[in-house]
Design a protein around this ligand. Structure first.
Ligand SMILES: O=C(O)c1cc(C(=O)O)c2c(n1)C(=O)C(=O)c1cc(C(=O)O)[nH]c1-2
Length: 249
């Protein structure tokens, strides 16, 4: 039977409560100040790959949308990450975090050292959005319902526990606190409006579940590679690589 709007929204929110990556042990280490500097660097390098692919998946999405109103509502997502004349954008802000943790931002932007499983997971997300129905594509972005809470926890945890954390290095997360809510309010309303049969509701819920897997798998890859007993796979970043050269003072 088709769920009511309220039942269906509650079902989507439950997926986040049960499966969102705020529950991953790597995030507990990171936010609790228990990561070594190299573990933080590995997270910054690998998470960059996700950041770099987000606007590509949004462009893939928009290329399939025939309704100009929907494209118009969506396009700020690309600008939020790539920037505009007035706003440097999320990718540039992420690279400031990279610098703050001692990495060479050009190395991070090169994509060298990304773990294989991170690539598989993130590339699967881009393909999913490119190939599935528009409803599934929008539903897969709804993990952002749960992101402001983790961003707030992260700002607090990193500021309390690590010397590199300051207003500049945290600017990516602070900015997302104002950007994400408008995107997700639109995305949620769109999914609730368009999932008007039980079959579509099931497909949207499966898409959101898939996306929680994309996020979880990235942290599993990090944990396995960089937390004892660390097992860095071939091609993965090796501590010491990609560091910013010490500047002569
Ligand atoms: O730090 C996080 O935990 C986190 C999670 C997610 C998410 O839930 O996919 C996004 C972000 N951050 C984020 O910063 C971001 O710009 C973003 C875009 C999207 C998306 O699927 O379109 N998710 C996320």
């Amino acid at each position: 039977m088709t769920q009511t709007r309220e039942e269906f929204e509650a079902r989507l929110r439950r997926i986040g409560e049960e499966r969102y990556h705020d529950k991953h042990p790597f995030h507990h280490l990171l936010h609790g100040g228990r990561c070594t500097p190299d573990q933080v660097r590995a997270w910054v390098i690998n998470r960059y790959y996700y950041q770099s692919r987000i606007p590509m998946k949004d462009a893939a999405f928009m290329s399939r949308v025939e309704d100009p109103k929907l494209r118009r509502a969506w396009r700020s997502r690309i600008e939020d990450h790539d920037g505009t004349a007035e706003n440097e954008g999320g990718i540039a802000r992420w690279l400031k975090l990279a610098e703050a943790v001692g990495l060479d931002p050009d190395y991070v932007a090169s994509g060298v050292g990304i773990l294989p499983a991170t690539k598989f997971a993130v590339d699967a997300y881009v393909r999913f959005v490119r190939d599935k129905t528009l409803l599934e594509a929008v539903a897969s972005s709804l993990t952002e319902l749960f992101a402001p809470k983790i961003h707030a926890e992260r700002i607090e945890g990193l500021l309390a526990n690590y010397d590199f954390a300051d207003d500049v290095s945290m600017s990516y997360f602070r900015k997302r606190l104002s950007e994400a809510p408008k995107d997700v309010a639109f995305g949620l309303a769109w999914v609730l409006d368009h999932a008007d049969t039980r079959e579509k509701q099931d497909a949207a819920a499966a898409a959101l579940t898939f996306k929680t897997d994309v996020l979880w798998a990235q942290l599993d890859a990090l944990y396995s590679a960089y937390v004892e007993p660390a097992r860095i796979p071939p091609g993965g970043w090796v501590p010491g690589e990609g560091m910013a050269l010490a500047r002569a003072s």
